[in-house]
Design a protein around this ligand. Structure first.
Ligand SMILES: [Zn+2]
Length: 295
């Protein structure tokens, strides 16, 4: 009886184990968890989150997890489900409390009209999954994370809620500052490699009229890059941001044909550069890069 009681008490106070699919979500959960949760991430900030190899070591991480948190909208479709299945951890069944996808709950952009599938090579069949670069959606995501953590660890529910509110308010405050600074650059359009930055650009009223890749997940072709050059000339776009997960060559080629244009490589995830350890530092880096390349 005593042993049973001891086991019960330990179980009640066991630290939650969370695995996130990306380093951005790891940083988000870290902010909400306040040291009360053990957190592990799969994709590093320098890796392309659409295509991660489903390694056995990742299955081991998931075997002991209470909760897996993903962007969703099929960002991780190619690897997260095989990892969960391989982990044989019943807590992580899709649709249960142990699996949380955030993207579809955050008013996703770019939901394709008509049946696009991943099989056709388009890696955004459910809409754009890169919401972590929008500070306000990220703040809202903190609330969703706090809610789920609080369901699994009721003793810390209030702490999670409070931390999420602090995180949300801090980003909302910073967003005003970033908006003022980006408005001062007078930059209205930016071309990127992939649609990674579209939530960020959208938030600050900057358009992304064309990408270096012809469709999400399809590498640039010579014919498409000519179209990019034409669009940049026509719209007077003077800045190309190449996400540092991708090859810089196409961006350099394009700016060579557009007088006055610049190209810069940017990290697009926490850990995308060694000194970027929080979501706020990442967003600050993006704002700063645009400022530095605006004249
Ligand atoms: Zn993508």
């Amino acid at each position: 009886m005593k042993i049973f009681l001891l086991f019960f008490m330990l179980a009640a106070h066991a630290e939650l184990k969370v695995v996130t699919t990306t380093a951005d979500l790891e940083a988000l959960v870290t902010a909400v968890a306040g040291g009360k949760v053990k957190i592990d991430a799969i994709a590093r900030g320098t890796q392309d989150p659409h295509s991660i190899e489903a390694k056995p070591s990742f299955m081991v991480k998931m075997r002991n997890a209470d909760l897996v948190i993903a962007h969703g909208l099929e960002l991780e479709a190619a690897w997260v489900v095989p990892l969960i299945q391989g982990s044989r951890n019943p807590k992580l069944a899709v649709g249960g409390k142990g699996f949380l996808e955030l993207g579809d709950k955050l008013d996703p952009i770019e939901i394709p009209k008509g049946g696009v599938t991943r099989a056709e090579g388009d890696v955004h069949p459910g809409g754009n999954p890169h919401f972590t670069l929008d500070p306000l959606r990220l703040g809202k995501a903190a609330g969703l994370v706090a809610e789920r953590l609080g369901e699994l660890d009721t003793a810390n529910r209030e702490l999670f809620k409070k931390n999420a509110a602090v995180f949300h308010n801090r980003l909302a405050e910073k967003t005003k500052d970033w908006k003022t600074r980006l408005e001062k650059t007078k930059i209205k359009q930016i071309v990127t490699y992939h649609k990674t930055l579209n939530y960020f650009l959208d938030r600050f009223g900057i358009q992304n009229p064309i990408q270096l890749e012809p469709r999400p997940g399809i590498p640039p072709t010579a014919a498409h890059l000519m179209e990019v050059v034409e669009t940049m000339k026509k719209n007077q776009v003077r800045l190309v941001l190449v996400e540092n997960l991708y090859d810089a060559k196409a961006g350099e080629k394009v700016i060579g044909d557009v007088p006055g244009a610049k190209v810069a490589r940017v990290p697009v995830s926490v850990g995308g550069e060694p000194e970027i350890k929080t979501n706020e530092q990442l967003l600050e880096k993006l704002v700063k890069t645009i400022e530095e390349n605006s004249h």
